[in-house]
Write a new protein. Sequence first.
Length: 356
Amino acid sequence: MQSANLFPPLAPRKVAHFSLAGEYIFDIAKSSQYYAVSASNHEIKLYHPQTLNMLDTLRFHKDTISSIRIRNDHILISSSHDGSVVGHDLRAGYSPVFGMNAGMPVLSFDINCNDTLFCAGTELHNHDSNLLFWDPRNPSSLIGKFSESHSDDITQVQFHPYAPSKFLSGSTDGLVCMYDIKVFDEDEEMTGVVNSGSSVSKTGWFGPAAEYVYCLTHIETFSLSIADAAEDASNLLHDFGDIRALSNPGLLQVDYAIDCHYDESTQRLFLTTGSHSGDLSLLHVNLKSLQLCQNIQQAHSEVIRACHWEIPNHTLLTGGEDGKLCLWQPNQQSSTPPPLEHSTATVGKSRRHAPY
């Protein structure tokens, strides 16, 4: 596998422990003032973004927290297997902004780019897995429901970053479905489907106009697709297959994918992977090949579950099953590569951990 020198090598800057009681870290979100971190004990903790000092502990849920996001730099939104999706204002004593109850476990959610539509994806419940829609400005009742698109747990929901009516969903049924919502007609408003061939763990938009979709599966396959391919054309750009095949004994161990990260400033897509022993690898995604940018051995002591990567700022926060938060930044004594140019080649376990 080729290597690429696209950013300064990252080195450990700060380490914090979520707790010493064996909790797993699940998810990370960031505002200008906080890192928000969720864990397996149903808590969300707030950390200072430079020092990693723990600032507060929030308890909004009674069951597993499936996802967290920070919107408009101050609204912390979280979803849970307890069926709730709640928003709290980080500026005003964590006062509630909205609350919605799906009546079944929520595994994923997102809010569109102009804050007018909220979608949550649920666990398979009574033979249905649902995409539920609310207006976040008036969340007292559903404004729509899709129940035919998927036949199993909906692990991912992501709105298009620029088009407020477009979103995608990914499921353990192997499908990534794309939609353009006008009147909540499920049959008419599905615009495309990617069949990954296996349970979808992560999927999302990327590209200068978010015209492409990446897909990672629970059997560690990785593929890229065109979001709006013509009906008679294949939407597959490239199937990388099983990323564990990248492993090279003594040099690189890849046991699972963590997620993809798109850098708008350079139009480059990156992939983060890990090993069961806690190694972390950062890879650049070309159209038909992967380039190793950095391999950090023993970044954690167990599986790495979350990465929040601010690529232009060369700052990475990771969280793992060891309960540790690790902040990575360039080694001040390392030479800095020249500024990144726009990519010309990029498109714009057996004990593998369960998604929750």
